[in-house]
Write a protein that binds this ligand. Structure first.
Ligand code: C2E
Ligand code: CA
Ligand code: CA
Ligand code: CA
Length: 280
């Protein structure tokens, strides 16, 4: 039994060793990608639920890995966060997405599409963040009111006073601020008074379980009511079916995002969608 145990321990060591090596390799590749521009942005459409019109896009980063192909954020964002490399990635995404969307011609008779960009805690708490956002807006020419920065609730848990100040300065630039994955974090509702938030993006898990799980349904309803009460726009994410769409519309959400409306698209296709005349 002892020998068998040792054998298993060795196997475990070997697996650990391999994963440590793999991590180091991935980190090295990530540094190269940052230095040489190995990322792409896909854009997922958001529609206004009352009229069904296209209102904007969320920028979602992908990594064009030389050997592994196109990787989604879950394959590298956790490592990028641990290593602090996320700040460089977010910075690039912010500048590139603003430049891309600002370059699209604007169809007549409709407000120009908005752009959502994700911002991690490390980035929000970095000293130059306000200046960086301002510079991305200026360099691209994107009107500030078209930009929405998306933060998760947990970003607000640490260093509350400093975060509130940074968020006020960001709002001062004229942009929107969304609480992302709302309902899954640890923040208290009081935070909604303390921080200058303009949008609530209810977590997709509540939408997925609409009509099936009573608690999820009640929570989704509560977020819609909360938004209306506080005068905040509400976004339902993860709208995958016509039923989801009808339900979040019924609950009074302002905007919807999800596979039923559209998958994240490469820039070319997103641009074509933004120029399309007919509603989605
Ligand atoms: P998120 O900000 O909550 O973005 C929405 C995610 O849900 C995206 O996954 C999107 O593709 C996916 N999604 C959209 N509609 C549906 C649907 O109907 N059903 C399902 N099952 N999923 C849907 P993605 O692109 O894999 O991104 C995952 C997360 O990675 C994002 O979650 C965000 O937290 C993070 N992320 C993406 N881009 C960036 C970035 O540039 N910077 C940072 N810091 N994080 C990013
Ligand atoms: Ca987001
Ligand atoms: Ca989300
Ligand atoms: Ca998320």
């Amino acid at each position: 039994a002892k020998a068998r145990h040792r054998g298993r321990a060795q196997l475990f060591d070997a697996a650990m060793h391999a994963s440590v090596l793999e991590r180091l390799e991935l980190e090295a590749d990530l540094r190269v990608a940052i230095a040489r521009g190995g990322f792409e942005i896909h854009y997922q459409p958001l529609v206004e639920l009352q009229g069904g019109e296209l209102r904007g896009f969320e920028a979602l980063v992908r990594w064009r890995h030389p050997a592994r192909g196109l990787l989604g954020p879950c394959a590298f964002i956790p490592l990028a966060e641990e290593t602090g490399l996320i700040v460089a990635i977010d910075r690039w995404v912010l500048r590139a997405a603003c430049a891309e969307v600002a370059s699209w011609p604007q169809p007549a008779g409709r407000p120009p599409v908005s752009l959502g960009v994700n911002l991690t805690a490390t980035h929000l708490h970095s000293p130059d963040v306000v200046q960086e956002v301002q510079s991305a807006l200026q360099a691209s020419g994107l009107a500030p009111e078209r930009l929405m920065l998306e933060l998760t609730e947990n970003v607000l848990l640490s260093d509350t006073a400093a975060s509130a100040q940074t968020l006020r300065e960001l709002r001062g630039l004229g942009l929107r601020l969304a609480l992302d994955d709302f309902g899954t974090g640890y923040s208290s509702l009081g935070y909604l008074r303390e921080f200058p938030i303009s949008d609530l993006k209810v977590d997709r898990s509540f939408v997925t379980n609409l009509g099936q799980d009573g608690a999820a349904t009640e929570l989704a309803r509560m977020v819609a009511v909360l938004g209306r009460t506080l005068g905040l726009a509400t976004v339902a994410e993860g709208v995958e079916t016509p039923e989801h769409y009808a339900q979040v519309r019924e609950l009074g959400y302002t905007l919807a995002q999800g596979y039923h409306i559209g998958r994240p698209l490469p820039a070319e296709q997103a641009r074509a969608l933004a120029l399309q005349e007919a509603p989605l």
